[in-house]
Design a protein. Structure first.
Length: 227
């Protein structure tokens, strides 16, 4: 029986089957199979086939692990989302202060009286900040100025870029009357250079010096509370 199994194993190996495929057909330990097939020579085509199968198996394994990571990530995000719950007006107020602390301009001693400027490329963040300005600070839409900053290499996509921001943050296309093209050369390591790149939005608020200073005070109050 062993002799028959050995002959069958050699035959399958010469047909280009891998050890795993042979063991699926024959009840043989891998160590025994390795001993039997040690002296079995394979043609160039047989070796190529085995290599291709190994690469395909590795790719399938990589894809499966990648999908598992995606599934775990999605589960973590969904669970985390459920932990937030409804936000109070005070929480929204503090969130807006923090957003401006991170992404807003600051009044300088050498340039007093400057207004608010908020810059970001994330449509969701800009939408949150716009709602904060309206609902918490009472800013009217006619007091908002929208500016787009985009690399000059994307000048041909200007209409597409304006439509993107108009749809994502819910303002008319005509609101983007101030377009600025960055002249700096794009480094090869940058990844936001393809069709998924839509530049940066700078949001300015007219006559906002007083509010600007209040936000600075709110920010200082949060810092002192943390301490």
């Amino acid at each position: 029986m062993k002799r028959n199994e050995k002959e069958k194993a050699i035959e399958l190996r010469k047909a280009g089957l891998s050890y795993r495929e042979i063991m699926e057909q024959l009840p043989i330990a891998k160590s025994t199979l390795s001993e039997w097939l040690r002296s079995v020579g394979l043609s160039k085509r047989q070796k190529q086939r085995l290599t291709e199968k190994k690469l395909a198996a590795a790719k399938r394994g990589g894809q499966a692990k990648h999908q598992q990571r995606l599934d775990r990530t999605a589960a973590i995000i969904e669970k985390a989302k459920s932990e937030i719950g409804p936000l109070s007006d005070r929480e929204i107020w503090l969130i807006g202060i923090t957003l401006y602390w991170a992404e807003g301009s600051k009044e300088k001693d050498y340039k007093p009286g400057s207004g608010m400027q908020f810059t970001n490329m994330d449509p969701a963040m800009i939408c949150c900040f716009l709602r904060w300005l309206k609902n918490i600070c009472g800013i009217k839409k006619e007091d908002l100025i929208f500016e787009i900053y985009v690399h000059k290499t994307h000048r041909s996509r200007l209409v597409e870029i304006i439509n993107f921001w108009s749809q994502r943050i819910g303002v008319p296309s005509a609101s983007f009357s101030h377009i600025y093209f960055k002249k700096a050369s794009i480094k090869t390591k940058r990844r936001n250079i393809g069709k998924s790149y839509f530049g940066v939005i700078k949001l300015r608020v007219r006559s906002s010096t007083t509010l600007h200073r209040k936000i600075a005070g709110w920010t200082q109050g949060m810092i002192e509370s943390f301490r």
